[in-house]
Design a protein around this ligand. Structure first.
Ligand code: G3P
Ligand code: MG
Length: 254
């Protein structure tokens, strides 16, 4: 690759919609991120039993809803009846699991750039990538605030790319593997999204010098966020969406 591709995300990206300030993967989380001055969000998208892409992180419902069982075995109608906010704090009772369409509509209204993490339930990699890509192709041919797809699943990324090749892709990893560039090429990724704990300055500069973008998750320490940005990391996914304010004067525009 020569020269870095255009990058659709701001330097600070809120993790799972609103980071630590709201129930994860909810519309109110998007509102909270925007209210904190954050200009971009990451969220996780999984399929219901009947193939509807919705925002949720776990394959099972117990941790973040009042339901039980597997997301992949539950219809969208049943998922939409669950409470996805009360577990976090009583004042968020009544929050629902948003569909991908609902979340993207809210992000448009709030002018939030989006990192869709395609999060397939086990064995549903291609179907999940395809459904996310199909949703974008049908309803979101353009997305003014900026949009990027990422996944730990190469199969899901490729399935999404078949539906909407125009949206940039990032390959999610924990450690950056020795063959990272070949893996990015295999899925047409412009970026690596890696665990912040396993990245140092030399690795950052290697990735950036090769013309790839680098996003890191999940970094909440302001001092380290500033250091990572000074190394040339493009975006930091954080549970602290208010980091924008603390980093004024430090943040560069990629
Ligand atoms: O997309 C970055 C980050 O969200 C990956 O980890 O488990 O929070 O989805 P996780
Ligand atoms: Mg995620």
């Amino acid at each position: 690759m020569h020269g870095a591709a255009a990058w659709p995300l701001p330097p600070i990206v809120a993790h799972r919609c609103g980071g630590a300030l709201a129930p994860e993967n909810t519309l109110v989380g998007l509102d909270v991120a925007a209210a904190q001055g954050c200009r971009g969000v990451e969220f996780d998208v999984m399929l219901s039993a009947d193939g509807v892409p919705l925002l949720i992180h776990d394959e099972t419902l117990e941790r973040t809803t009042d339901g039980c069982g597997r997301v992949a075995a539950t219809s969208a109608a049943a998922l939409r009846g669950l409470d996805a906010g009360a577990w976090f704090a009583p004042r968020f009772a009544g929050e629902r699991l948003p569909t991908l369409d609902e979340a993207l509509a809210r992000c448009t209204t709030l002018d939030l750039a989006v990192n869709i993490e395609i999060k397939p339930s086990t064995g549903h990699d291609a179907a999940t990538g395809r459904a996310v890509g199909h949703c974008l192709r049908q309803n979101w041919r353009s997305f003014a605030p900026g949009l990027l797809l990422s996944s730990f699943s190469p199969v899901a990324l490729l399935a999404a790319a078949e539906q909407c090749p125009e949206y940039p892709r990032g390959l999610l990893v924990e450690h950056i593997p020795a063959d990272w560039q070949a893996r990015c090429i295999a899925v047409g990724a412009i970026a690596l999204h890696a665990d912040t704990r396993h990245v140092d300055e030399a690795l950052t500069r290697t990735v950036r010098a090769a013309g790839y973008r680098l996003a890191l998750y999940t970094e909440n320490d302001m001092v380290r966020i500033a250091r990572l940005l000074s190394w040339g990391v493009d975006s930091i996914i954080t549970d602290n969406p208010g980091a924008n304010y603390g980093l004024q004067g430090v943040i560069h525009t990629p």
